[in-house]
Design a protein around this ligand. Structure first.
Ligand code: UN1
Length: 493
C-alpha cells in the first residue's frame, strides 16, 4: 500500500500549500510506494521561518543534552533498522543487504554525533600578555539547508542532519524527490527522540522548485548539498551571490589501479563490488579499472567471468547481486552512455537493458564492461552512475596514476598491489579525497571526513568530525579576556 508522506514543519505534518504531490515508485516493479508533497516557495518559507524561531532555543540547549536526544535517536534507528533497510530497497532499488547498510550508517552517525555532544572542543592557548587569556569555542551557525540525493536515501541525510543538530543548528531538509519515503522515515524517527518542534523540518519536492528556493533563501546561513556536479556548481553561484556558506559533495570517476603484483582474485572481487555494487549508483563507484599490461589479459578474463555470474533482480529477493537503476530517466541516461561506449571501447559484457521475465517492469541494466578504453574516451571521463566499468591498460605505476588523475573528478581512488613502495607512491600522488589500498573505491566509514577534490567536492567533507561535518556546521568564535584592569596592547606592549 502506498504511503502518504507529508512535509514536517514546526513539528506538524502538512501537505504542500499548492496541494500538488509527486509519486515515488519502486524501480524493480514500477509499483507506486508513496506520494509526497510537491512543495514550492511558500512551503520552504514556512519551514525556514520555523527553523529560525526554533534556533533561538536550540542553540542554548547544552550540547551534552542535545547529545542525549541523538543517543535516543540512535537506538530508535537501530530498532527500526530492518524496516528502514527494506524501505531503502523498495524505494531506490539497491539490494537488501545494502539497504540495511544504508540504515546502519545512520545508526553509526547518530551514536558518533551523540558522543560529540560531550566533546565539541575549541582551543585554549596562552596569551602573549600577562593577565589575559585566549580561547576559541564552537558555535552553531543558524538554519542549515540540506539537499540530499537518492542513492543513499537514509545515510546521506543522516550524515548532514546529525552533525548539524549536535552543533546547535536547526535544519530544513529537502531530500531527493525520488526517495521521499526514506527521508521522512528518518526525520520522523529522529524527531521522535525528543527534538523540540521546528528544530528538524523536512520539505519534499523537486530540486528545480523546492531545492532552488531553499538554496536561494536568505534565511539559511549554510547549504550542504550532495548530488551532481552540474547542480552543485549552479548552487555555488546562487550561494556566492547571497554570501551563504556552502559545501558540495558531487560526482566521481573513481579508478581502481591493479598492479602486476596484485592478488588478482582480490582485485577482481574489489572491482566487482566497486563497479556493480548499488548498480554503480555511488559517487564513489569504481567506474574505471586501470590494469598493468603484464596482467591485463588475465585480469580481464577473470573479471568478465566473475561479472557474468552476477544476478540481476529485485533487491528484496534472495541471491540477487545487482538491483535496478533508480528510474526510467536515469536508465535512459546510462543506456545513452553505453551506446557512446560501444563506439569508443570493446564491449565485453552486458550493454543492454534486461527485461527477462520478472525484470520486465523494472529498470534493469546488465552489468556492462568495456575493455581497451582510452583514458580520454567519454565513458572514461564522464560519471555514468550505472553498472558500467571501463577497463584501461597502463604500462607502469606512473602511467596508471597519470591515467587515474586524468579526469575532472577526484573523490576516491584505489590500488591493488603487494608492494609497500607502490602503496606509498599511490597515497601521495593519487588526486582524490579518499584513497583505498587493497580495497575498492567504496566503503568509507563515518568517523572520517568523506569528500573529494577537483569537481568532486568543495567546502568541508561530509560525515567525519573535525575536518569534516563538525567544521561545516559550526564556527569557532575566539574570545580574549583581559583581567589586568588596564589597557594592554597586543604586538605593541
Ligand atoms: C557514495 O558513494 O555515494 O563509502 C556514498 C561508502 C558509503 C557511502 C558512499 N559509506 O561506500
Amino acid at each position: 500500500m502506498a504511503v502518504k508522506v507529508m512535509n514536517l514543519i514546526n513539528g506538524k505534518a502538512v501537505p504542500a500549500k499548492s496541494g500538488r504531490t509527486i509519486k515515488s515508485l519502486n524501480p524493480a516493479t514500477g509499483e507506486v510506494i508513496g506520494t509526497a508533497p510537491a512543495s514550492g516557495k511558500a512551503d520552504i518559507d514556512m519551514a525556514v521561518e520555523a527553523a529560525r524561531r526554533a534556533f533561538k532555543g536550540w542553540r542554548l540547549v547544552p550540547a551534552p543534552k542535545r547529545g542525549e536526544i541523538l543517543f535516543r535517536a540512535a537506538s530508535l534507528l537501530l530498532k527500526d533498522k530492518a524496516s528502514l533497510g527494506e524501505v531503502v530497497t523498495r524505494e531506490m532499488g539497491k539490494i537488501l543487504s545494502e539497504g540495511l547498510g544504508d540504515a546502519q550508517e545512520a545508526v553509526d552517525m547518530a551514536y558518533y554525533m551523540a558522543g560529540e555532544g560531550r566533546r565539541l572542543d575549541g582551543q585554549t592557548v596562552p596569551s602573549e600578555l600577562p593577565f589575559k587569556d585566549c580561547k576559541s569555542v564552537r558555535e552553531p551557525l543558524g538554519v542549515a539547508g540540506l539537499i540530499t540525493p537518492w542513492n543513499f536515501p537514509i545515510a546521506i541525510p543522516a550524515w548532514k542532519i546529525l552533525p548539524a543538530l549536535i552543533c546547535g543548528n536547526t535544519v530544513v531538509l529537502k531530500p531527493s524527490s525520488y526517495t521521499p519515503v526514506c527521508a521522512s522515515r528518518l526525520v520522523d524517527i529522529i524527531n521522535s527522540a525528543g527534538l523540540p518542534p521546528g528544530v528538524l523540518n523536512i520539505v519534499h519536492g523537486k530540486g528545480e522548485e523546492a531545492g532552488e528556493c531553499l538554496a536561494a533563501h536568505q534565511g539559511i546561513v549554510l547549504l550542504s548539498f550532495t548530488g551532481s556536479s552540474t547542480t552543485g556548481e549552479a548552487l555555488q553561484k546562487t550561494c556566492a551571490a547571497l554570501g551563504t556558506k556552502i559545501s558540495c559533495e558531487m560526482g566521481g570517476k573513481n579508478p581502481i589501479i591493479v598492479m602486476d603484483d596484485a592478488r588478482l582474485e582480490l582485485a577482481v572481487e574489489g572491482a566487482l563490488w566497486g563497479g556493480f555494487g548499488t548498480a554503480g549508483q555511488r559517487c564513489t563507484a569504481a567506474s574505471r579499472v586501470i590494469v598493468h599490461e603484464k596482467i591485463y589479459d588475465e585480469f580481464l578474463t577473470m573479471f568478465v567471468k566473475a561479472a557474468k555470474k552476477l544476478r540481476l533482480g529485485n533487491g528484496l529477493s534472495k541471491g540477487v547481486h545487482v538491483g535496478p537503476v533508480v528510474n526510467e530517466s536515469q536508465m535512459n541516461k546510462v543506456l545513452g552512455l553505453i551506446d557512446v561506449g560501444k563506439k569508443e571501447g570493446r564491449l565485453v559484457l552486458g550493454g543492454s537493458r534486461s527485461t527477462d521475465g520478472p525484470l520486465k517492469k523494472g529498470y534493469f541494466i546488465e552489468p556492462t564492461i568495456f575493455a581497451d578504453v582510452m583514458p580520454s574516451a567519454r565513458i572514461a571521463q564522464e560519471e555514468i552512475f550505472g553498472p558500467v566499468v571501463s577497463v584501461i591498460k597502463a604500462t607502469s605505476l606512473g602511467s596508471a596514476i597519470s591515467i587515474a588523475n586524468y579526469v575532472e573528478y577526484g573523490l576516491s581512488a584505489a590500488i591493488y598491489t603487494q608492494d609497500v613502495n607502490n602503496t606509498a607512491i599511490a597515497e601521495r600522488d593519487l588526486e582524490a579525497g579518499i584513497v583505498y589500498i587493497n580495497a575498492p573505491t567504496i566503503g568509507a566509514e563515518i568517523q572520517l571526513p568523506f569528500g573529494g577534490i577537483k569537481k568532486s567536492g568543495m567546502g568541508h567533507g561530509e560525515a567525519g568530525g573535525r575536518g569534516g561535518s563538525l567544521d561545516m556546521f559550526s564556527r569557532c568564535k575566539v574570545i580574549y579576556r583581559d583581567f589586568s584592569g588596564r589597557l594592554q596592547k597586543a604586538q605593541i606592549d
